[in-house]
Ligand binder design. Structure first.
Ligand code: HEC
Length: 136
C-alpha cells in the first residue's frame, strides 16, 4: 500500500512538471524568461513595431550594447536587473534611445524575475527588426 502511494506521488509530480513544460512549449516559447519578457517588457521593447510606433529599443540591441560593455554573464545579468529597478540617465548605455524615447520608467519586479529575463536575453534567439544590423 505504501509503495502504491509513493508511486502515485511520483506520478502526480511527473504529470504536473510535464504539463507546465507543455504550456511553455505550446505557446512556441523557448524558456520561462521568454514568457516573462513577453509579459513585462515587450509591450514597450516590441521588436516588430514599425519605426513610427516604436517607443523603446528592441531587446536585441540592448543585449548587444550590454554584452560589449559587460563581458561576463554575471555582470551582464546584474547590470540589466539594476537598470530596470533603478533607471538613471547617467547609467544608461543607450544614450540615443534616452534622447529619442525618454528614460525608461522604473519597474519594480522581483530581482529573480528580472534575472530570468536577462538570462533569456543572453541565451535565447531574440527577434531582430529589419532595420537592425547589429552594433556599428
Ligand atoms: C513602459 C515602457 C517600458 C517597459 C515596460 C520596459 N522598458 Fe526597458 N526601456 C524603455 C525605454 C523607453 C528605454 C530607452 C531609454 C533608456 O535607455 O532608458 C528602455 C531601455 C532599457 C534598457 C537599456 C538601458 C540603457 O540605456 O542602458 C534596458 C536594460 C531595459 N530597458 C530593460 C527592460 C526590461 C528587462 C524590461 C522588462 C522587465 C523593460 N525594459 C520594460 C521602456 C520600457
Amino acid at each position: 500500500m505504501q509503495k502504491y502511494a509513493i508511486g502515485m506521488f511520483f506520478l502526480v509530480v511527473f504529470m504536473v512538471a510535464w504539463s507546465c513544460n507543455q504550456t511553455v512549449q505550446e505557446a512556441g516559447l523557448k524558456s520561462e524568461g521568454e514568457v516573462l519578457a513577453k509579459k513585462y517588457c515587450l509591450n514597450c521593447h516590441n521588436p516588430t513595431a514599425g519605426q513610427k510606433a516604436r517607443i523603446a529599443p528592441p531587446l536585441i540591441q540592448i543585449r548587444d550594447v550590454y554584452l560589449s560593455a559587460y563581458g561576463d554573464r554575471d555582470s551582464f545579468v546584474a547590470a540589466i536587473v539594476d537598470f530596470v529597478l533603478h533607471p538613471e540617465a547617467n547609467k544608461a548605455l543607450l544614450d540615443d534611445a534616452v534622447k529619442q524615447f525618454g528614460l525608461m520608467p522604473r519597474l519594480s519586479y522581483k530581482p529573480e524575475v528580472l534575472e530570468q529575463i536577462a538570462i533569456h536575453m543572453l541565451d535565447d534567439e531574440l527577434i531582430a527588426p529589419d532595420w537592425y544590423k547589429g552594433l556599428e
